[in-house]
Design a protein around this ligand. Structure first.
Ligand SMILES: Cc1ncc(COP(=O)(O)O)c(C=O)c1O
Length: 486
């Protein structure tokens, strides 16, 4: 039987119901003719058990952090403690309405203000807004602040932003969306910014630089103080893409490195399940001279009350509905309080340890283009012995047969066969040892039976796909599938 036979419409049985409605005790209202349907909506007719079984089965076909190891580089797929969900779902929070008078929502505003304060302390910034919905949204807001700052000084010439060649794709994309032109700077062999090349592109047209530290290959930008000095001296600002903050928690602060604007991916560093388009949050923090440009509404403490600072003169205005994804903020706040100051630093230590342990254990079989100590992630450039023709894509597909999510592949673009591994701190020694053993096994298979790896996966619902065709001609309706596609 092929998998789509079990889709919910296929198990529909005429007349079967999964609900019972209470007895009608209010008078029927006649709907206007134009709102009436001509025919039935064509919904599946199923029992409650049918629905529960259907969705339980579908969930087994997916892969998530609660199913297995998920070392997706640049994504920090850490386990999310259930207490975060429990707290965020408490009726005292989930029942709030954004239009409630401020006096009746002092509790959530306290959490909002505390989260802003904790993030400021952790990152070394002056003030945060929790309004942006995601990392990329944070980048957009941060660059709007950068633009507003220059414009407010009457400097209209600064229309370019420097982005290193190893940067995450959202960085140049955000610059373009903000009407800024990206200027690429190359990296040294160790993946850090080429400072000499940076000096050459700095000018009075540069609004600032976007950097992530540790950078996208997991290496700490050791010249950051010099970079900050150079950019500031030329009149630009420094933007910190905080998607890689995990290994710095309690260790180092972007504010102390000279960054002026920071975004943090709450849905990575501070837990919250993410991926697949779930809710996220990309708070933006700024140094003192940029506070006036933060978007509204801005939550502030005034004496012992919390207030909404709605109408500062220079604000960017509103960039999200109401206050942002409050549920994600509550989860992040819970996470910070659960770990406390003493244990947030363990996140940094153990994520870094896990990454270095895996890197050192596999570098004799996988090509390590940047040797030395990494932070929370690192990049292999395919197998060391490439004579079998087994590619990074083949290795990623074969990992699925061993019940593991593949690392990020073919990113960053500076390596042809990039395999970017990020094993978060929530993974145990057993779990990383298991990954190491499987990666070694796949390297052996590549040598002894390359076709086995090249045709993987075998154990998944959908086997090897034509990825080009899948991207260009996606089949998004199960009824359009042919049995041979399954
Ligand atoms: C380095 C880096 N910057 C920015 C982003 C964008 O974050 P988001 O996916 O929340 O928009 C990511 C996400 O993967 C990232 O890894």
């Amino acid at each position: 039987m092929v998998y789509y036979d079990k889709m919910i419409f296929d198990i529909s049985t005429e007349g079967r119901k999964g609900y019972s409605l209470p007895k009608e005790d209010i008078a029927r209202q006649a709907l206007p003719e134009t709102l009436l349907r001509d025919d039935c909506p064509g919904l599946p007719e199923v029992s409650e058990l049918d629905v529960v079984r259907h969705y339980t089965n579908v969930s087994f076909k997916n892969f998530g952090i609660e199913k297995g190891f998920y070392p997706l580089g640049s994504c920090t797929m850490k386990y999310n403690p259930k207490i975060n969900e429990d707290i965020a779902a408490m009726p005292a929070f989930s029942g709030l309405h954004p239009y409630q008078p401020v006096e009746t929502v002092q509790g959530i505003l306290h959490i909002y203000d505390e989260t802003q304060r904790l993030l400021s302390e952790i990152s070394g910034m002056h003030t945060f807004t929790l309004n942006p919905y995601a990392g990329a949204h944070g980048e957009h807001v941060g660059l709007m602040i950068m633009k507003a700052y220059h414009r407010n000084r009457g400097d209209h010439k600064r229309t370019k932003v420097i982005v290193p060649d190893s940067a995450h794709g959202t960085n140049p994309a955000s610059a373009t969306v903000c009407g800024l032109e990206s200027v690429e700077v190359p990296s040294y062999e160790d993946g850090t910014v080429d400072v000499e090349a940076l000096k050459e592109v700095l000018s009075d047209e540069i609004a600032g630089i976007m950097l992530t530290n540790p950078n996208t290959v997991g290496i700490f930008e050791k010249n950051i103080l010099e970079i900050a000095k150079l950019v500031h001296e030329s009149g630009g600002l420094l933007y910190y893409d905080g998607a890689n903050l995990n290994p710095l928690l309690g260790m180092a602060r972007p504010g102390d490195m000279g960054f002026d604007i920071v975004h943090i991916n709450l849905h990575k560093t501070f837990s919250t399940p993410h991926g697949g388009g779930g809710p996220g949050s990309g708070p933006v923090g700024v140094c003192e001279r940029l506070v006036e440009f933060l978007p509204q509404p801005l939550v502030k403490k005034d004496g012992d009350r919390y207030v909404i600072d709605d109408h500062p003169q220079t604000t960017l205005g509103q960039i999200s509905h109401f206050y942002g994804n409050i549920g994600v903020v509550i989860k992040a706040y819970t996470y910070m309080l659960t770990l406390g100051k003493d244990h947030l630093i363990d996140v940094a230590k153990f994520s870094t340890l896990n990454a270095n342990y895996i890197k050192e254990s596999l570098k004799d079989v996988y090509h390590l283009p940047i040797p030395g100590v990494c932070k929370h992630e690192f990049v292999f450039d395919g197998l060391k012995d490439k004579s079998s023709g087994v590619s990074t894509l083949d290795i990623a597909k074969r990992l699925l047969d061993y019940d593991m999510h593949p690392p990020t592949v073919y990113f960053p673009l500076i390596f042809k066969q990039a395999i970017m591994v990020e094993p978060p701190e929530t993974e145990s020694k057993q779990s990383v040892d298991n990954f190491i053993a499987v990666m070694r096994k796949i390297a052996e298979e590549a040598k002894e039976n390359p076709d086995l790896v090249k045709n993987a996966p075998y154990s998944t619902v959908v086997k090897r796909l034509d990825e080009g065709l899948a991207a260009r001609k996606p089949v998004v309706k199960y009824r359009d599938l042919e049995p041979s596609d399954a």
